[in-house]
Design a protein around this ligand. Structure first.
Ligand SMILES: N=c1c2ncn([C@@H]3O[C@H](COP(=O)(O)OP(=O)(O)OP(=O)(O)O)[C@@H](O)[C@H]3O)c2ncn1[C@@H]1O[C@H](COP(=O)(O)O)[C@@H](O)[C@H]1O
Length: 100
């Protein structure tokens, strides 16, 4: 069991995204993104928006906002990767390849 500060939470979020895509529960934000009529463009818009908000939070030097906006960005990146059929493990493998 990982600690509540472990970034393995990204894998858990990705698994929830997979589950939402399969079960399509009502009121799901993930499903709203995946089913948007703009397709992948809706998700890319959100990634762009959250990246901009993260940059602005850094410029403002507000630690809490940087954490909040970066979390929004990472979540939307997970949805983007899901749509590209790329898993967090694929990203981890690339990061480890560079790291070692
Ligand atoms: N981590 C997140 C998460 N982070 C951010 N968000 C949503 O992302 C949106 C952020 O976009 P904005 O700040 O622009 O808010 P907004 O104006 O409401 O968004 P838009 O109308 O512009 O699309 C908000 O609606 C947040 O609720 C998230 N929604 C879901 N998750 C995870 O996904 C799981 C599944 O969620 P559902 O699909 O809703 O069940 C949840 O259990 C969480 O683990």
């Amino acid at each position: 069991m990982e600690k509540e500060t472990d970034l393995a939470v990204l894998t858990q979020i990705y698994q929830i995204i997979e589950e939402r895509s399969k079960t399509q529960p009502e009121g799901s934000y993930v499903c709203a993104l995946l089913n948007d009529k703009k397709g992948i463009n809706k998700i890319l818009e959100k990634v762009g928006e959250e990246a901009t908000e993260t940059i602005l939070a850094v410029k403002d030097g507000k630690r809490d906002e940087i954490i909040y906006e970066t979390s929004d960005l990472l979540f939307h990146l997970m949805v983007m990767l899901f749509e590209c059929d790329i898993t967090p493990e694929d990203i981890a493998a690339e990061l480890y390849r560079r790291h070692k």
